[in-house]
Design a binder for this molecule. Sequence first.
Ligand SMILES: NC(=O)c1ccc[n+]([C@@H]2O[C@H](COP(=O)([O-])OP(=O)(O)OC[C@H]3O[C@@H](n4cnc5c(N)ncnc54)[C@H](OP(=O)(O)O)[C@@H]3O)[C@@H](O)[C@H]2O)c1
Length: 337
Amino acid sequence: MKAYEIRDGFGLEKLVSCERPDPTPGPFQVRVRVKATSLNYRDLMMVEGRYNPRQKLPLVPNSDGAGVVDAVGPGVTRVKVGDRVIGLFAQAWAAGEPTRLAQQSTLGGPLDGALADTMVLREDGVVPTPDDLTDEEAATLPCAALTAWSALVTHGALKAGDVVLLQGTGGVSIFALQIARLMGARVIITSSRDDKLERARGLGAHEGINYVTTPDWDKAARALTGNAGVDHVVEVGGAGTFEKSLRAVRPGGTVSVIGVLSGVAGAVPLTSILMQNLRVQGILVGHRQSFEALLRAFSQHAVRPVVDRVFPFDEAVAAFHHLKSGAHFGKVVIRVG
Ligand SMILES: NC(=O)c1ccc[n+]([C@@H]2O[C@H](COP(=O)([O-])OP(=O)(O)OC[C@H]3O[C@@H](n4cnc5c(N)ncnc54)[C@H](OP(=O)(O)O)[C@@H]3O)[C@@H](O)[C@H]2O)c1
């Protein structure tokens, strides 16, 4: 099989293509011929050693992959050879609260991931690919879309009429825009670029704020709600945005803590959280039950993932550089098979 490995230390220059022996699926495992993988900011952090500097190497990166089952091990009943499937981000998290085992069962670190033409996964670590999605579209879903769904639906209990504030136009935020719209919410989105705000409006965002030309985007978002504050912030900015997110949300509202794009550590203004009765909810992607609910909703409402660009397998490193540049809108995909 062909794969990319982070081998002798971290950094995009250390991401090398390699050949490995073809794996054989063991009991209750399936072998998937990967057709497409998508990039998440997490994958970039993993390759650069910023996600887990103690990650054991070599590692095949990427948590998202979709493909076709070409062999099954003893005891497999959930899928059969020829089925199109999507790998789950957390292989051992079916539903409910996360466990240590679930947290350690994630693809692209600590487990080998989808930047390879072959993966061996648990039979309950894959779900059928909806017929209406291409493999490239399907490969965008396991991490970013499920994270947005977990934040807004599973934990956020979003309802029609709520106001959602989204940050930037990367993978998680564009899925959050699509999910918020299908749930009947009003969407305010920020971006560093006006042309991206225009594209987001085309996808149904009601208002856009350029966070570069309007550094007080939290006040601007509040103003758009008659100073009441938004119901829900999908917080992907991290240290540089968290405090403003707390100021943008209404009393009793929810801030879903998801990303660290502008840093991982900062002061936590505890009084804002307690005085405003805020709910600050940490999100780590999500479980299979939520993923299945998301797939049903996307199929029923004909939601198509927004694919920014598809790179060939031998240009995987260029795909990472493209993600790192922040030039993308939605998801960056690598065609594998
Ligand atoms: N907790 C979880 O389960 C989970 C799951 C998925 C992702 N994440 C995290 O969520 C974050 C986003 O991930 P992703 O894969 O969606 O990333 P991505 O696709 O690479 O998104 C990057 C985009 O975010 C925007 N951005 C960057 N810095 C920003 C800032 N300071 N304020 C507002 N927007 C900013 C930019 O959009 P514009 O170009 O429009 O300005 C940029 O293009 C990452 O930190 C990732 O690690 C966490």
